[in-house]
Ligand binder design. Sequence first.
Ligand code: GLU
Length: 509
Amino acid sequence: MSVRVRVAPSPTGAPHLGILRTALFDFLCARHHRGTMILRIEDTDRNRFVPGCEEEIMASLRWLGIDWDEGPDVGGPFGPYRQSERKEAGIYAIWVQKLLDEGYAYWAFDTPEELEEMREYQQVNRQPVGYFGGTWRDASGAQVEAARASGKPGVIRLKMPRGRLLVCDDLVRGRVEFDSDTVDDPVLIKADGMPTYHFAAMVDDHLMEITHIIRGVEWISSAPKHVWLFEAFGWTPPQFVHVQVINGPDGKKLSKRHGDTRVFDFKYAGFLPEALANFVALIGWAPGGDREIMSMDELVEAFELDGLQPSPGVFDIEKLRWMNGHYLRGLSGESLLEKVGAYSGDPDVRAFWARDEHAALPTGPALADLSRALTLDPALAEEAFVLVRERVVTLADFGEACDFVFVDRPVMDPAAVGKWLTVPHARRLFECLAADLVSPEDAISVEACERLVRSFAEGHGIDKLGPVVHPVRVALTGRTVGPGLFELMSVLGRRRMIERFENALRLLP
Ligand code: GLU
């Protein structure tokens, strides 16, 4: 049987890491087995529906490199793929009627006050909390008819069996047993006629011929209800695969502080989708061995569900940063130009850095400057990106890392000036270099730059290169740290260097 897996997000808020990871596992599983990846939108909770969220879910998944073969936007033979549309098409009504007819489901007309009272009673008496029958589980047909005829709002509940063992065979945790007496009768159809998750998801998983239900472990406590639904229908359940929670490095539940943010915030913060996909795939899944850097193709190739870990996954932002730096270093100049260009010009990225929590950082303004510089001289920008790529971690870092290249005059760090522009040979050094650089050509090779600096040192009896290299770096960049000096000299070119040495000469004591 060919593998069919689905990711089934509810459009109730911007997508975060959890859904991204489930979708990625689904996708990797589908592609590994040359099966089918399905996107189903579970939008039956109209109170929690957030407009625009479905679009953001799709855009976030596509940005990460996840696509699907069947879904609301691409269609497919098992559509519609939005549950609200499936409800309109009468799909759930047919199946719930079957359960009602066969005695597996029942109407219940409890008022919210009655339900509250029941809950309080159960809490006070230390009984399991939930709907275990109430007045309606065994009500007569006549009682139900009378309630319906009077127009009382009612729900349809699943009649859980009593005195039974219900078993969920989970691929990650093995056999998980539940005493059916501890499981309450869940609502299948709400008073507004909408199906609940329990009902719609399981009916759809069956009708869409899903082979593996890959979902968060928070659903495992609902698994007996789902197992029972399948049994009540006489259907074979798919393979359940409950993936573990994601914790922060401190072992606590992932919070915003740890990085549990909107997926697109990772994009705006300057992470590459390749790096994020690689990183997310390894939260709770291991390919065996110590492989860490894996492209999407390699992940697809290696992905087996039995590599899913039974212990919680850990989200470590430092690891993501390390991976991102790794992926950035692997990009060609041309590709860096394209990516940094798109990034620095993206209005959403600007809005991200303008948020209150980032407003004090220089990143936003540096990116805006970078974006301007990039249009003026893309060739210089490309060289600058290659020059600094060893030293940056995210796309956002390029603005500050390269700003000294594009400005007319670098901003001089007073400490750097105080330390290195005060050496006795500074004046001679800058005058000599400025004179040596004069040429009709602007370009100068890395080797020629090195020769220039070395010959000054040799010619002036300076044994070590440091006392020459540091003042030159400060004159050219305003700072004491940065990329390799000869490389950066070559990127700046003769004209810019001459201007900067002349500028530095004016700063000498
Ligand atoms: N709609 C559910 C959610 O967003 C999906 C759970 C599942 O994958 O079955 O949590």
